[in-house]
Design a protein around this ligand. Structure first.
Ligand SMILES: CC(C)(COP(=O)(O)OP(=O)(O)OC[C@H]1O[C@@H](n2cnc3c(N)ncnc32)[C@H](O)[C@@H]1OP(=O)(O)O)[C@@H](O)C(=O)NCCC(=O)NCCS
Length: 294
């Protein structure tokens, strides 16, 4: 039996790729793992660190930590070779990601776990991660019509857009938005200003006020879907935004709209009423852990 003490955690080397992709072919029983499709992209990304569990020179596990801002980190892609599970390697990889976060000066680390992945939730609790809420993937086809309600907002709108976000985001989890292939990050006025400059923020107005707001996101591998990073508004504002997003997606040459949005009793009927599908199989619980300053 492998002891976790005999396993070293180190940064991934180019030569680890084949062994890792080999055991990742068996990650799930009935699903293909996505690690092979992102490995090269991740290896070249300077904001991310792939950590490998090495047992006698053989890679038997991995985790990736991404630095999202000066204070926030995100870990993902925790994998342990089936032959070495239940020997403390997963725990050791999470601890290594937390140690690295600490040494980078990060004060918050988040991660998401599929609700269906029942063995992971006790591990997250044991590691001191607190659940922030469940998110579900909503999706709809792009529709061949011109957007009428959503208008692109400009950098000079920053102050009123920030005030609108604060009006609609009442809890900590509401002020998180989705970036770079489903990583959750806190919205700040600085990030909002960047997104406005990129032309990635749209609003639905009613008179002088904003009643709906949408911030765009994207996957690390662009996939033809127009991704929602954050959505907020009144019931009417949200309905108008959700419907119009399908037209906006078409105008911008995407095939579909998708979003990881809160699994809330108020949002579900609204999205369904305007033709969105909700995939119950893809419900994710977001966790956060605060770290002391390094
Ligand atoms: C999840 C995974 C990384 C765990 O790796 P591991 O090395 O087996 O984890 P550990 O040995 O450190 O287990 C720590 C705890 O997790 C829980 N756990 C892990 N696997 C479990 C299982 N199959 N059933 C029930 N609980 C389990 C237990 O609480 C365990 O503690 P215990 O052994 O003292 O009871 C591994 O099973 C894996 O690669 N699974 C597929 C990919 C995956 O689910 N990744 C996580 C995505 S967020």
């Amino acid at each position: 039996m492998v002891r976790s003490e005999a396993t070293r955690i180190c940064l991934a080397k180019h030569s680890d790729k084949n062994s890792i992709l080999e055991f990742c072919q068996h990650t799930w029983d009935n699903e293909t793992d996505y690690i092979a499709s992102v490995w090269d992209l991740w290896s070249a990304d300077l904001s991310g660190y792939i950590l490998v569990a090495d047992f006698n020179g053989q890679p038997i596990g991995m985790i990736r930590l991404v630095q999202l801002s000066t204070t926030e980190g995100w870990w993902e892609a925790l994998r342990v070779d089936r032959a070495y599970r239940r020997q403390g390697i997963g725990t050791k990889l999470i601890n290594a990601a937390l140690d690295l976060s600490h040494s980078l000066g990060l004060t918050t680390v988040r991660a998401c776990v599929s609700v269906a992945n029942t063995s992971m939730h006790p591990l997250m609790n044991r590691q001191g991660f607190k659940p922030l809420g469940n998110y579900v993937v909503y999706s709809a086809e792009a529709t061949d019509s011109a957007p009428t309600a959503l208008k692109q907002l400009r950098p000079q709108d920053c102050e009123r857009v920030w005030a609108t976000i604060n009006r609609f985001a009442l809890e900590e989890g509401d002020r998180l938005f989705v970036v770079r292939g489903a990583k959750w990050q806190a919205l700040t006025p600085e990030i909002l200003a960047q997104r406005l400059k990129q032309g990635w923020v749209w609003g639905v107005s009613n008179g002088d006020g904003l009643v709906g707001l949408f911030i765009r996101s994207q996957m690390e591998n662009p996939d033809g879907t127009f991704w929602i990073g954050w959505l907020g508004g009144t019931q009417t504002g949200l309905s108008l935004a959700l419907e119009d997003l399908c037209s906006l997606a078409h105008e911008l040459k995407f095939q579909a709209v998708g979003g990881f949005l809160p699994q809330s009793d108020s949002l579900l009927p609204l999205t369904k009423a305007v033709g969105y599908r909700v995939s119950d199989a893809s419900t994710y619980r977001i966790y956060a852990k605060s770290l002391d300053k390094a």
